[in-house]
Design a protein around this ligand. Structure first.
Ligand code: ATP
Ligand code: ATP
Ligand code: MG
Ligand code: MG
Ligand code: MG
Ligand code: MG
Ligand code: MG
Length: 272
């Protein structure tokens, strides 16, 4: 582009980059989704359509941004973990953050009618929007602890919400009374309330609700494990080949424990 006397304003731009060789997490979270959920009649405490929609938007995001290696979602939030060695946008913070948030938001709106097809369920302003943040984790332990933190949060909230709404809807307590009843209770107490008062075994609740959702590329003939290596340890040509394979790989969705070692031992290539 031709130079102009205005060109100097570019010097004002700041381009902070993310520390090399660290796991980048972008977490998006629905803005004001408590209200948004009421507006669209989300079922309490878990609306399956809303969770399916979050998963569809996340999968599409992962498909478009192949440097994302794993993603974890619960409620109105999704965490996207990038390859430790990614060089996407030269690791420029704002490029990475804004691209994830806008891609996710676009697909959330795009897929809305697939999951909310009722007559009065069309979107109208205020439209769904998401905030986002970037966090860096330097070690495998740190990134695993991060994901564990989100999954524990899912568990704690879901047990609370399940008990709360059971007390309200089946126990005929007011919201305030249910809150009072649960004040100071630990997990065992909530399990006990569900079981003895309502015959609900919390263990039998859907895994989607209890564990959240994890998305990752599965190893297959077209995505063979021996080709999955840290991009900074292989040649540019090999790295490019690997990138193409990632783009075509199947993205698997599971509702499993990601706190214990089993999941990571079965998929050791996810956090290289
Ligand atoms: P903020 O803008 O600060 O994030 P928020 O209202 O979105 O505010 P969150 O802490 O993110 O607050 O909580 C999201 C809320 O959205 C939940 O508390 C719940 O009310 C609602 N929600 C999100 N997903 C679902 C779902 N699948 N089923 C039912 N309710 C949901
Ligand atoms: P990047 O992802 O790096 O931004 P880009 O392809 O979007 O890559 P830009 O420098 O942002 O590159 O340029 C945007 C391009 O989009 C223009 O060069 C032009 O080809 C196309 N474009 C954008 N708006 C219009 C428009 N209104 N009419 C025709 N073409 C357009
Ligand atoms: Mg442009
Ligand atoms: Mg928030
Ligand atoms: Mg929110
Ligand atoms: Mg939230
Ligand atoms: Mg552009």
């Amino acid at each position: 582009m031709a130079n102009s006397k205005y060109e100097y304003v570019r010097e004002f731009e700041e381009n902070p980059t993310l520390l090399p060789n660290t796991f980048i997490v972008v977490r998006v979270d629905g803005r004001g989704f408590h209200k948004f959920a009421n507006k669209h009649g989300f079922q309490k405490p878990n609306d399956r359509r809303a969770l399916d929609l979050m998963n569809a938007a996340a999968e599409a995001t992962m498909r478009e941004i192949s440097d994302i290696s794993i993603a974890y979602g619960v409620s109105d939030e999704y965490s996207f973990v990038f390859d430790r060695a990614t060089s996407l946008f030269d690791r420029r913070t704002s490029k990475i953050l804004t691209t994830v948030v806008s891609t996710f938001t676009s697909y959330y709106v795009y897929h809305w009618p697939t999951f909310f097809s009722g007559e009065d369920q069309g979107l109208s302003p205020p439209l769904p929007s998401f905030d986002g943040r970037v966090v860096l984790y330097p070690s495998t332990k740190n990134i695993r602890d991060y994901l564990s933190w989100r999954q524990v949060d899912c568990h704690i909230n879901n047990l609370y919400n399940t008990t709360f709404w059971t007390l309200v809807e089946r126990g005929k307590l007011s919201n305030r009374e249910a809150e009072e009843r649960l004040k100071g209770t630990v997990s065992a107490d909530k399990n006990e309330i569900l079981f003895s008062q309502f015959g609900i075994n919390y263990n039998n609740e859907p895994e989607l609700f209890k564990k959240g959702s994890v998305l990752y590329r599965v190893v297959s003939e077209s995505f063979p494990i021996h080709l999955i290596q840290r991009p900074d340890t292989i040649s540019k040509t090999q790295a490019e080949k690997q990138r193409k394979l990632r783009q075509k790989a199947t993205i698997q969705k599971e509702h499993v424990d990601i706190i214990q070692d089993a999941f990571w031992e079965a998929n050791p290539y996810l956090l290289l």
